[in-house]
Design a protein. Structure first.
Lengths: 393, 253
């Protein structure tokens, strides 16, 4: 069994490029060039340099002693929360802005839900002096005011998505429509391992720096490259794809994917795609997605805006279907509690997305000598309001 | 012979109208079809509404959302259309996005279309290679014509591939845009229309996107076999209702 994309962008039965013909020239240009460009020594050098000097990589692999003691196992945290802009998202936007430049594009569009990917995109556009338009659902604009302000400070134009449910899924639709209307000069920086081929594979490759670092960092600390388990939350699945990437074909490393159950899988307000989804097409990719019997895409719900997506990337659909990954869903309440616990035990306030990954420690028993790496995808600053309201701080 | 091929053979410039099933009212479908035929429209695209219509501008998005809210769904559309061939004889195409068809089951969907007397499908997000490797045999089995899109950005090489894979007409998207643009046709479009015309494709072309009045219809059909009007018709339905369909069609030709 293979877990990486094949040349047509399929992970098992999932993936591909189910796009209207209007998008064909753009995605085809990208498909024909992305691997070649990424492998150019000059591109690599520039990418690595920016990750080091601008993003602050390598991010630490931190042995969480008190957390390990509480759960009687060895827990390491991969500190993506220490990246510039506060989450792993910037690994991808750095890569894609360099890609866009190579392709001669002079205008960037992006979608955002919570605003993390929007901020990471606006940041790299400021860095490169390139025009940036970020689509964001009208409802998300209202509930994520600080990130909207950040994007504006960074010089980006934030355009409200007024269609459909006016959240992430619709922001993505609007970005795709913009690309249809601007097929020549514009590059679309997708924020996760979703969308038509080659996006899932390209974004996974840019994020793969996470597991590349885990390997040598773990070697330094434990004398082995392979943990027993890698744990990550999955919205679209980009931080997870990066954390799993170099372990996918190594069956000794257990892969645990954590989805948002929202108010409970059967509550009607959930984003647990592996439990609730069926195979279908969303945003140009054949994958698992939440939909009605009739094939209309349904609205997900999670307390964490970054996990509030009705699909998962095709890599994750394949990991789920093939049994390679273990999928666990965590409710709002469980995640919030885990976030508070990490704050108290380790002095780290996680993004609520990441809190979902920590919540599994209550349910999944590890052995005392297991090495468990949890990808701490982002920091909690952006979520302070939600934490304040939830815990009445 | 499929009604689409027959209609094209008649040689007259084709006026095709798109509307969203279930809009303005859930049960308007049959009446709209009958009115369109009565007023001399040559071909109709019945839009199966989808929650996330990527290639559509605000007008068709809103009509789709409204139709879904009123309760339109695939089985209901088939139910509404079950006796349509008793009253309507012009070619009928169902246009929609792939996911609802995929969920219904591609074979079951095609079979149902065949039973009703639907002549073809337009599924913009079903790519050429997937159609050919997985679904072409099913479409053929049920006598359905699959219509592909080309745009001003489509390369000559790909246009030839699409021409080879087509057996009805090619849907020629007028400009790089979603549906409902009102930019009008300039030099760029004329150049594109001429380029395609000079390619001498085996399939006729019908132009869509951005056709909203007699003038754009005339421009589009100068070299192409016909033109498709969608958003402009839906806007007309929104403000003047089903009763005024005749007025709309007469304003075009
Ligand atoms: C901190 C953090 N983690 C995770 C996610 C979810 O995205 P993905 O599943 O692509 O990693 C987001 C998205 O906004 C995020 O901000």
């Amino acid at each position: 069994m293979k877990y990486h994309a094949d040349e047509k962008g399929y992970y098992g039965e999932f993936g591909g490029a189910f796009i209207p013909e209007m998008l064909y020239p753009n995605t085809e240009e990208l498909r024909q060039n992305y691997i070649r460009i990424m492998e150019e020594p000059l591109f690599k050098k520039e990418f690595d340099q920016l990750l080091k000097d601008y993003v602050g990589r390598p991010t630490p692999l931190y042995f969480a002693e008190r957390l390990s003691k509480k759960y009687n196992t060895k827990i390491y945290l991969k500190r993506e929360d220490l990246c510039h802009t506060g989450a792993h998202k910037v690994n991808n936007t750095i890569g894609q802005i360099l890609m866009a430049k190579k392709l001669g594009k002079n205008r960037i569009i992006a979608e955002t839900g919570a605003g993390q990917h929007g901020v990471a995109t606006a940041t790299v556009c400021a860095l490169m002096g390139i025009e940036c338009v970020v689509y964001m659902g009208e409802i998300d604009i209202a509930r994520q005011a600080p990130n909207v302000a950040r994007m504006k400070m960074l010089g980006a134009e934030v355009r409200p998505a007024l269609s459909g449910s006016r959240t992430l899924k619709d922001a993505t639709n609007e970005a795709i429509r913009d690309w249809i209307n601007n097929p020549v000069d514009t590059h679309y920086i997708i924020g996760s391992v979703v969308g038509p081929h080659p996006y899932p594979d390209m974004v996974a490759r840019f994020q793969s720096v996470i597991s590349e670092e885990i390997k040598w960092q773990l070697k330094e600390k434990e004398g082995v490259e392979n943990p027993d388990f890698v744990v990550a939350c999955v919205g679209g699945g980009s931080n997870a794809a990066g954390a799993y990437y170099h372990y996918l074909d190594n069956p000794e490393v257990g892969i645990i994917a954590v989805e948002a159950a929202g108010k409970g899988i059967d509550s009607g307000e959930s984003a647990a795609t592996s439990a609730l989804g069926k195979v279908g097409i969303i945003h140009g990719s054949k994958t698992l997605l939440m939909q009605t019997q009739d094939g209309q895409i349904t609205e997900p719900y999670s307390i964490s805006a970054g996990l509030d997506y009705p699909g998962v990337g095709p890599m994750h659909a394949h990991l789920f279907r093939s049994g390679r990954g273990e999928f666990i869903s965590i409710t709002d309440d469980e995640a919030m509690k885990a976030g508070l616990l990490l704050s108290k035990l380790e002095g780290i306030i996680p993004a609520i997305e990441s809190s979902h990954a920590f919540a599994i420690l209550e349910y999944k028993k590890f052995r005392p000598d297991d090495i468990v790496v949890i990808n701490l995808s982002g920091r909690g600053d952006k979520d302070l309001d939600t934490y304040i309201n939830y815990f009445e701080l | 012979m499929n009604r689409i091929n027959q209609k094209i053979k008649e040689g007259k410039k084709i006026l095709s109208i798109y509307f969203t099933a279930g809009y303005p009212e859930l049960n308007d479908t049959v009446r709209i079809l009958e009115e369109l035929e009565k007023n001399g429209v040559d071909l109709i695209e019945i839009g199966l509404p989808f929650s996330d219509p990527l290639a559509d501008g605000p007008t068709i998005q809103e009509s789709s959302t409204a139709a879904l809210k009123k309760g339109m769904h695939t089985e209901l559309l088939f139910e509404q259309l079950k006796d349509i061939r008793k009253s309507v004889s012009i070619p009928l195409i169902i246009m929609g996005y792939f996911n609802p068809v995929f969920q219904y089951g591609v074979e079951a969907f095609c079979k149902k279309c065949h039973e009703i007397g639907i002549d073809g499908l337009i599924l913009p997000d079903l790519p050429l290679d997937v159609y050919q490797s997985e679904y072409e045999v099913i479409f053929k089995k049920y006598g359905l014509i699959n219509v592909f899109l080309i745009t001003p950005q489509t390369s000559d090489e790909r246009i030839k591939q699409i021409d080879d894979a087509s057996n009805g007409f090619i849907y020629m998207v007028s400009s790089a845009s979603t549906t409902g643009t009102t930019k009008g046709f300039g030099e760029e479009q004329q150049h594109y229309f001429d380029r395609i015309s000079a390619m001498k494709l085996k399939n006729p072309q019908i132009v869509g996107f951005g056709i909203n009045n007699a003038e754009t219809f005339k421009q589009a059909t100068r070299s192409a076999a016909g033109a498709i009007i969608g958003s402009a018709f839906i806007k007309h339905l929104t403000s003047h209702g089903v009763d005024a369909i005749s007025k709309f069609v007469k304003s075009i030709r």
